[in-house]
Design a protein around this ligand. Structure first.
Ligand code: FES
Length: 107
């Protein structure tokens, strides 16, 4: 199932396909659709692991309010995937805990 008219992002550009990388794996997505929709269509349900117990979380509210869907996108943690459209070449990673900015390993 694809989201053709998102309540926040508006109508998608469904006819065009883009390539994203999810945890090192190539995934095809419809241009402009929310990252979360592309992941669900690819069978990916776990978007992040909680800080204390490492429990899986995924899509919950779907409208940008709960932050359960946050992932690390192009090195930026805490990106709400339900309201962020895919772009060709995006690199998306399952977020562990609070996430880390790419390149801040010395912190
Ligand atoms: S699912 Fe709630 S903010 Fe994305």
């Amino acid at each position: 199932m694809r989201v053709s008219n998102h309540p926040i992002l508006g109508p998608g550009e469904q006819e065009e396909s883009v390539a994203i990388i999810v945890d090192g794996r190539p995934v095809r997505a419809a241009a402009g659709e929310p990252i979360a929709a592309a992941l669900l269509a690819a069978g990916i349900r776990v978007f992040r692991l909680t800080t204390r117990r490492g429990e899986p979380r995924g899509l919950f509210c779907g409208i940008g309010r709960c932050t359960d869907c946050v992932m690390t996108v192009d090195g930026e943690p805490n990106v709400r995937t339900c309201v962020t459209p895919v772009r060709d070449g995006m690199v998306i990673e399952t977020q562990r805990g609070e996430g880390r900015w790419q390149g801040n390993e010395a912190d």
